[in-house]
Design a protein around this ligand. Sequence first.
Ligand SMILES: [Zn+2]
Length: 147
Amino acid sequence: MEPMKKKHMTEEEIALKKSEIARRRKHQSIQRAEQDKMDTINRLLKKQTTKRRPKDQEDTDSVHNDSNSSSVLPPSSFHYVNNAEGATLSIPTGVEVPIRFEKGPKYPPPVPNCAFPGCNVPKRYRSVKTFEYACSMDHLHKLESKG
Ligand SMILES: [Zn+2]
C-alpha cells in the first residue's frame, strides 16, 4: 500500500477534477439563477397575495384604529358629528336618551290662511264663535256675521 501515491493525482485526473468542479459550479450558478428567478416570482406572488387578501390586514388595522380612536375619545362621552350625511350623536352605552334628530332644517308649522272666501292672507285672528281664522278684524267680523 502506498497512500502517498494514491493521493497524488495525475494531470489528467486533476483536469478531470477541475472540469468536474467547473461543471458543478456552473450547474450551481444555473440553479442559483433559477432559484433567484423563483424567489422573484414568489415575491411578486406574495405581493399579489397580500394585496388580494387585505382582510386580515384591514381587520387588524381597524381594530388598531378603534383602539386608537377610543383612546382619543373615551366611550363614556358623547360624540357629535355633523357632516353632509347628516348629524349623528354617539351616546355612551348604558345611557338611554330619547334623542331624535330630524334631518333637514325645521320649518315652522304652516300658518293657516284667512277663512274668508278669496282671501289667502295668513291668519292673525281666530273667531271665538265660529273658530275660523281671519287675517283682519274686518274679515273676522264678516266671517262671524255671515252665518
Ligand atoms: Zn282675510
